[in-house]
Design a protein around this ligand. Structure first.
Ligand SMILES: Nc1ncnc2c1ncn2[C@@H]1O[C@H](COP(=O)(O)OP(=O)(O)OP(=O)(O)O)[C@@H](O)[C@H]1O
Length: 306
C-alpha cells in the first residue's frame, strides 16, 4: 500500500430499498496510482454504491469522501472526480468533438484540452464523425475523454469492459494501467474477473452488499488455496484417507475431487498407501476467478479445475 492519502474513503456506506439493505456498512479506500477492482455478482450492490459515492443516491448511513469532501460538497466536480457510469447514446447531430466541447465550455475548459483528450483515447481520426454513429467501444472512449476533461485525480468506471470486443478490452486495460501509472486513482467495477486480474492492483469483493474481501490482488489470489485435483477409480477410499491425513476434500464431477492444502506428491503417496488407482492428478492454478467464487460460494462450487 502507498503511504499517500487515499483519493476516496468509503466508510460504513449503507443503502436500504424498501426495508431491504442492499449495501451494508461498506468500508474501503481507493489509493492514487492504483487500480482498485470493485467486484461482485449481479445485484451485489456495486452500482448502488457508486451512485452513493457520486452523490446520486442518498445513503441510509455512512459516507464517501474525496480528499475529505463528499461529492456534493466539491466546488469543481469535473476537476475532482471523473466518472463513467453508463454509456449514453450519442447526440444525433453532434460530432464526438462537439459533444466534448459543449461539456468543456460549461466548465471553462479550453478546446485544446478536448483535442488532447481525443488523441489520448484514440478518437482523433473519428472526432468529426457524428457520435450517434460511434460503436460502443468508441462511445466508451468518448465518455472516458469526457470524464478526463478536468484532469481529475480519480476515475470511477462502472463496468467499462462490458460489451467491448477483445481489442477494446485490451485498450481499456492499457488505458487504466497507464492512468494509474501516471498517478491517478481508479475504481473500476466489472464482472470480467479474468480481465481484472490483469489490470487491478487491489480488489474490493462485495456480496449481498457486504465487503467479503479486500486488499491487494496478489493476496486475494494467494488466499484461494488452489490445491490439487485428483480423480480416482475408488474416490470414496481416497477421500477418506485424505481427510484422515488432515486435508480438506471436495468431491466434484463424479469421481473427482479438489484437495485443498495438498501437493500432488502428497495425494499420490496416500493413494499408494491405500492401493487405489489415481486416474488424474494435477495442481490447480490459483486465479482471481477461483478466489472470487471461493469467497462468494465457498470452496469448490465452481470446480476450479482450469
Ligand atoms: N431503485 C431501486 N429500488 C429498489 N431496489 C433497487 C434499486 N436499485 C437497485 N436495487 C436493488 O439493489 C440491489 C443491488 O443492485 P445494484 O444494481 O447496485 O447491484 P450491482 O452489483 O450493480 O448489480 P449488477 O452487476 O447486476 O449491475 C439489487 O437487489 C437491486 O434489485
Amino acid at each position: 500500500m502507498t503511504a499517500t492519502a487515499p483519493a476516496l474513503v468509503v466508510e460504513g456506506l449503507t443503502k436500504v430499498y424498501k426495508g431491504r439493505t442492499v449495501v451494508d456498512a461498506l468500508t474501503f479506500d481507493v489509493q492514487p496510482g492504483r487500480v482498485t477492482g470493485f467486484v461482485g455478482p449481479n445485484g451485489a450492490g456495486k452500482t448502488t454504491t457508486l451512485l452513493m459515492v457520486l452523490g446520486l443516491a442518498t445513503p441510509a448511513a455512512g459516507s464517501a469522501r474525496f480528499a475529505g469532501k463528499a461529492y456534493r460538497e466539491i466546488d469543481h466536480p469535473l476537476r475532482a472526480v471523473g466518472a463513467v457510469l453508463e454509456i449514453a447514446k450519442g447526440h444525433p447531430g453532434r460530432s464526438g468533438r462537439d459533444e466534448l466541447r459543449c461539456q468543456a465550455a460549461t466548465h471553462d475548459i479550453p478546446d485544446s484540452r478536448v483535442d488532447e483528450l481525443l488523441d489520448l483515447v484514440g478518437l482523433a481520426d473519428a472526432k468529426g464523425r457524428r457520435s450517434a454513429e460511434y460503436s460502443l467501444g468508441m462511445r466508451q472512449r468518448l465518455a472516458l475523454a469526457g470524464a478526463m476533461l478536468g484532469d481529475p485525480p480519480i476515475l470511477i468506471l462502472d463496468e467499462p469492459l462490458n460489451g467491448l470486443d477483445p481489442q477494446g478490452i485490451r485498450w481499456m486495460r492499457g488505458f487504466m494501467t497507464e492512468q494509474a501509472a501516471a498517478g491517478k486513482a481508479i475504481l473500476v467495477s466489472s464482472h470480467q474477473l479474468t480481465e481484472l486480474q490483469h489490470v487491478a492492483t487491489d480488489m474490493v469483493v462485495i456480496h449481498k452488499g457486504k465487503a467479503i474481501a479486500q486488499g491487494p490482488v496478489a493476496d486475494l489470489i494467494a488466499s484461494s488455496q488452489a490445491g490439487t485435483w485428483a480423480r480416482s477409480a475408488d474416490p470414496a477410499t481416497l477421500e477418506r484417507a485424505l481427510v484422515a491425513a488432515g486435508f480438506s476434500v471436495l468431491r466434484q464431477d463424479g469421481d473427482g475431487m479438489r484437495v485443498t492444502g495438498a501437493t500432488g506428491a502428497q495425494v499420490a503417496q496416500i493413494a499408494l498407501e491405500e492401493r487405489v488407482l489415481v486416474t488424474e492428478l494435477y495442481p490447480l492454478v490459483a486465479n482471481l476467478e477461483q478466489a472470487f467464487f471461493d469467497l462468494v460460494d465457498g470452496p469448490g462450487d465452481t470446480g476450479g479445475i482450469a
